[in-house]
Ligand binder design. Sequence first.
Ligand code: GAR
Length: 197
Amino acid sequence: MTKRVAVFISGSGSNMQKLLESMKDDHPARACVVLSNDPRAGGLDIAEAAGVPTEVVRHEPFKGDRVAFEHALTGALAHHAPDLICLAGFMRRLTAGFVDPWRGRMLNIHPSLLPKYRGLNTHRRALEAGDAVHGCTVHEVTAALDDGPILGQAEVHVLPDDTEATLAARVLEQEHLLYPAVLARFAGGDRRPVMLR
Ligand code: GAR
């Protein structure tokens, strides 16, 4: 049966857009909702233009009460009945209370070759470390930050004159290839990692 996918975003939503574009024809999944914690997220317009329902659950009113925010997320998802959640640039940390019931059914994309550079400023950290190879990872979400079984990685060669911006742009190009490839395989029941080199 076709899997229903909720995509969580916080910003421009370019990865979300690539996921939406990929879910057609004989793809084993379809987007059922795009949810943002920020009403200004550019990705909301993209989702609406694509005819996908959107939800906004702002985090500020909860003033750091993550559990209450997550109850609101669960409430917003309820009538969309997703089977899977794809975090696509969703910049809020989720607690075990939300993550654990979705274990094995929630994916995230992160702009580094995990387990390197969990957290923020991944491109700067790769440059500062003098890495020759950088990239991105799609993984199953666990309650630990940017952790969980790896479902795919794409490598990007670091060039001598790379800046944070040029490196980020080339990694993002790979994210746009990797995430749809992983989702198609995962939603079809195959958890073998996708490795793009
Ligand atoms: C992407 O580079 C994604 O990997 C990153 O945010 C960007 C969102 O861009 N996610 C994280 O850093 C999560 N830890 P997008 O909104 O254009 O897809």
